[in-house]
Design a protein around this ligand. Sequence first.
Ligand code: ADP
Ligand code: MG
Length: 634
Amino acid sequence: MTISLLSDEVIRKIAAGEVIERPANVVKELIENSIDSSATDIQVEIVAGGRDSITVKDNGCGIKVQDVPNSVLPHATSKLSHFEDLNDLMSFGFRGEALASISAVSKFRLKSRSSAEAEGVELQILTEAHLKDKPRLIPYSGPVGTEIRIEELFYNVPARRHFLRRAATEYGYILEVVQAISLAYPHIHWKLVHNGKTTFESMRVEGEDFTEQELFSLWRVKAQQMFQLPRKDVFCEVSAQNPYVKLAALITPPGVDFANSKRMFTFANKRWLKDKALNALILRGYQTHLLRGRYPGCILMLSCEPSLCDINIHPAKKEIKFQYQKEVGSLIVASLQKALRSAHWVDDEPNFASSSPPSTIASPITSSVSSLQRPSSLQSFSSQPSEKGGTFSFSSTPSFLPPASSSSPPAVSTAGGASAVMDPILAAGRMNFQQDGKIPWQQLRYIGTFGALYLIFEDSRGQRLMFVDQHGFHERILFEKLTQDPAFLYKQGRQKLLVEHKISLSPSTLGKIQDNAEQLLSLGFVFSVDEGGVSIKEVPVLLAKRSLEDVFEALAAIPLGTSAQDTAAWLLEDILATIACHSAIRGGEVLSDQDLKWLLACAESVDFYHNCPHGRRVFYFVSKKEIARWFDRL
Ligand code: ADP
Ligand code: MG
C-alpha cells in the first residue's frame, strides 16, 4: 500500500460533502457571502427547486479582478487571517470553503465587479477540466456586485444527485432559508424567484441598527404571514438581558401552537441557527403552557460578544456554544416564562360546530390570546377598567348568590366614546376581561357540575356561561400556589399515617427518589429509604387521599434533564407540577362546597390560571349570544 496525497480537486469534492448536501445549503452559503459583502439587495433565482439552477445576485462590494481566481480555492477567504480573529468574528464566512466546495460539484459561474470604474470578470468552472487545470476567465461589465450561478448541482457526484428530493421539497428548504435569514436583515431587499415567478419578497427598510421595538413590529408582520396567523397582534414580546447575552423575541402565546418546530426561528448574532439545545430551552420556557408534542412559533434573537460564543462547532454553522451556557439558558427560560404568564388573554366565542380543537391554530379565529400590543383603535376593547361601566367587567355581586337582575349595557362599548373600528377577529374575542386578565372568581355564580368533570359558572352580569375543567383548574391553582411558596404544601397540613406505608420501587426509581429526597422532605413528606423501597410516615394532607405508589412513581419519572436543563430550580418546578397534578381533584370526583370556595379563593390569589401545567386549556366561555343562536333568537 502506498500513501499518496489527495489531489486538490478530490479534497474539494470531499469538503463539499460536509457543507453542501442540497440546493438549500448552496443558497445559504451564497446569501451569507452576499450579506458579508454589505449588499442591500439580494435576489435568489432558482429553477426546479434549485436542482436545475441557482442564481444569487447582490449589489455588494464585489470581488477585485485579481482576487476572483482565489475566491474559489480552498481556504481562501478575505475575512480571517489570524486564528485569533476567530474570537471576534461577526462575518458569516471565515473558512473559505464554500465557493471552493460548490464550484467542485456544479457547473459554476461567478461574475463580479468591484467598482464602476474597474472592469469586472467572469469566472467559469463548467467541466472537470476547468476544475483540475484552470477556470475560464472572461471580461464582465455588468453592475457592481456579484452574481453566482450554479447549474446541475452534483452533476459529477451522481450518488449525491440521487439523494436530492423532488423539486417542490427542495424549494421548500430554500424558501425556509431565505425567509429565515431575511428576518435578521430587514435592511436588505430580498427576493426569491422560483421557475420565473416571485414567490417571496421582503422590502428593504432603511437603516441598519434597528431598535428592538422596530424589530418587533417588523417581525409581527412577517411572523403573521409565515405562521399563517389571522392577526399580527397575537404575539408576545420578550426582551431580556444579563451580562452575557441579550435576548429579543417574538413568541406565540399559550393556545397558539403547532405540530412541529418549523416555526421556531432562532438566531445568535444574526446568524440563523438550527440548534436542538436552544430549541429545548425555548420549550422549557413554555413548559407549563404547551401540550407535550406541540411547538410554539417564535423569532428569537440572541446577541453576545462574539468572543463569548463559538460558532465553529458545526460544519454548516447551525449550532452554537456559549461560554456561559447556563446563564444564557436561564435567561431564555426565565424571560419566556415571564412573558407567557403575563400574556393577555382574549376569550373567544367558541364555535361548537367546529370540530377542530379550539386551542390550536387549525381554527385561527379561535386563537385565544391577545397581545401585549394592539392597534390603538382597538385598545378600548381590552383596557377598559372594570368599575367604569365597561361591559367586560363583573359587578360586585357576592359570590354564590343569584345575580341581581340588571339591565345589561350593550355587549360592546368603547371607552371614553372613542370611535372604534371592530376588527372581525377581535370582535369574536370582545368579551374579554379587563387588561390585567384577572377573573374575579369569587364573584361568579356557581351553577353546578356537569358529568362530575366540569364546573359551570355564570358571570355576574348573566352574559355568559363558563365551563371549567375541574382537574386542570385545580392543578394549575395548586401549581401556582406551590411555586409562589413550596411550603404551601405542608402548610395545608400533614397527615401522619397510622401505619407506615411501604412502597417497593425498582432500583432506578429508588435511586431517583434518593437523589431528590431532600427536596421531598422539605415539601412535607416524611419517609425513609429502605432496601427495595420507601417507608412513608407522613404526607402533605393534599396528597392524603391519593395513591402514594402513583405519586412516588410519578416523582421518580421526572426526567432529570441533561446539561443546561439540569438546574435545581427546574427540577423543583417539575416536582411541584407532579405534586400539583396528583393533589388536584380528579375528573369524576365531587368537589364539596367548602372545597370549591377554597379553590376559588386560591384562584383569586394567583396571577395565572389559563392552562394546566401540561398546557391543556382550563376554561371555556359560551356567550349568551351564542346560546341565543342555538335557538334562532338572533
Ligand atoms: P468565506 O465566506 O468563508 O470567506 P467563501 O468560499 O464563501 O469563503 O468565499 C471566499 C471569498 O470570496 C470570500 O472571503 C470573499 O472575499 C469572496 N466572496 C464570495 N462571495 C462574495 C460576494 N457575494 N461578494 C463579495 N465577495 C465575495
Ligand atoms: Mg462564505
